[in-house]
Design a protein around this ligand. Structure first.
Ligand code: MLC
Length: 396
């Protein structure tokens, strides 16, 4: 019997729906996103932490502020940092008196420098990741770039793509001013791209330069002193992809990602661009806020995976935001000291490179792979105040 027009319509719709579902399935990867390679880079200028107060007060012509210098010395001594790297040098600062004096406009001059310095440092880290990955740069399909140190159009993503010789069809995403959560946010985005686009190979690159906020000390501005004591420059890059091909190997499987804003803590890490560059204010309660909220956030994020409370069964890549932050996480979760050894190592050797730091920590964890098997957690701390987690499975 011939079909009625209604039946014909329904059959066509059914075929269409099946067809669309098949197209959608074919678009997606089968396996989970994996970290395929890691690269890091730092600028050449290295300053020992024990010499930092002398260096900083000399280059800013501020030797007369003896109490502030003594305070910076106290903080440096308690920071558990040995050395830090910076793009800016004494010579560069001498050529820019406006970077020292907060009454002079300096944003344009700072951005003129970071327009090339951010993508160049990111390119150094990315080139190392691509070399380890072993495939041509032109095989990268997506690029996710994070930084707080530039604000240009076209952005650091386009300049980086050109420096690396990426294919013009590469799909780029630029993430600005995510503070210390930049790499966590970029990796969360990369995970979704890799799992939803068959054969996608995502380059994540984050670069942070403190030049955008460098200035002389001033009474009443303790945020400058704390930033000067802890923050530093660096870049980290990773290649992310699912369904490995050829010689590709997986360092970490990206199991699950989450982000939680801690209520009523918007004041904890505040930043703003102004004529005088980037003004950053990390509040003094930051370590206490993290200590009071980290376990609840982890229970919420890891509970559904059956991992809640088994903290010492996991490996940990905690953002080394400061010694007191690591101490607080270790104490609340009752972690064995070795669990935060990679984070403490990165803090000691490089300082707080903001969002880039967790890439260095994961790089360190894969070097110590005998101690870090099975499941682990990358924990980022960023503005909001937000806690970012990603559960990882070490495959090395
Ligand atoms: C700075 C520290 C190493 C200091 O060590 P201790 O806490 O053990 O020592 P302490 O309490 O005696 O403090 C030393 C001196 O520093 C001062 N001090 C400490 N934190 C301060 C802050 N945020 N602002 C201004 N001053 C601060 C204290 O008042 C004290 O001054 P005095 O000696 O005169 O009494 C530690 O507090 C720390 O690691 N804090 C975390 C810093 C932080 O916020 N990091 C996150 C950056 S942002 C980030 O990573 C994420 C993001 O982007 O959101």
């Amino acid at each position: 019997m011939p079909m009625s027009s209604q039946e014909t319509k329904m059959a066509l719709l059914g075929n269409l729906t099946t067809g669309i579902r098949q197209v959608r399935q074919a678009q997606r990867a089968d396996g989970p996103a994996c970290v395929l390679a890691i690269g890091t880079a730092n600028p050449a200028n290295c300053v020992q932490q024990e010499e930092y107060a002398d260096y900083y007060f000399r280059v800013t012509n501020s030797e007369h502020l003896t109490e502030l210098k003594a305070k910076l010395n106290r903080i440096c001594t308690k920071s558990a940092i040995k050395k830090r790297y910076f793009h800016h040098t004494e010579e560069l600062l001498q050529g820019h008196p406006e970077f020292l004096d907060r009454t002079l406009p300096s944003l344009k001059a700072r951005l003129d420098i970071t327009a090339t310095a951010v993508p160049e440092l990111a390119a150094a880290a990315a080139a190392a990741a691509i070399a380890e990955w072993g495939r041509p740069a032109a095989d990268i399909t997506h690029l996710v770039v994070g930084t707080y140190a530039s604000a240009h159009m076209p952005g650091a993503d386009h300049r980086l793509a050109s420096l690396l010789g990426l294919d013009p069809s590469v799909r780029t995403t630029m993430l600005y001013v995510n503070g210390c959560a930049s790499a966590c946010a970029a990796l969360r985005v990369a995970k979704d791209i890799a799992e939803n686009n068959r054969r996608a190979r995502v380059l994540v690159a984050c670069a942070e330069l403190t030049l955008i906020m460098f200035r002389a000390p001033q009474e009443g501005h303790l945020d400058t002193i704390i930033s000067q004591a802890l923050l530093s420059d660096g870049a980290g890059a990773m290649i992310i992809g699912a369904d490995l091909e050829g010689s590709e190997g997986s360092l970490f499987e990206m199991v699950a990602a989450s982000q939680t804003v801690v209520p009523a803590t918007a004041h904890a890490a505040v930043g703003q661009f102004g004529e005088e560059g980037f003004l950053f204010h990390p509040c003094i309660e930051m370590p206490a806020i993290v200590r009071q909220n980290v376990e609840r956030c982890l229970v919420d994020a890891l509970g559904p995976l059956g991992l809640s409370g088994r903290w010492n069964d996991l490996f940990w890549a905690v953002h080394p935001g400061g010694r007191a932050i690591l101490d607080g996480v270790e104490e609340v979760l009752q972690l064995e000291p070795k669990k935060l050894a990679a984070s403490r190592h990165v803090l000691s050797e490089y300082g707080n490179m903001s969002g880039v730091s967790v890439i260095f920590v994961l790089d360190e964890i894969r070097r110590r792979h005998d101690e870090h098997r099975g499941l682990g957690v990358m924990l980022g701390i960023g503005p909001g105040l937000c806690l970012e987690t990603m559960v990882l499975h070490a495959c090395m």
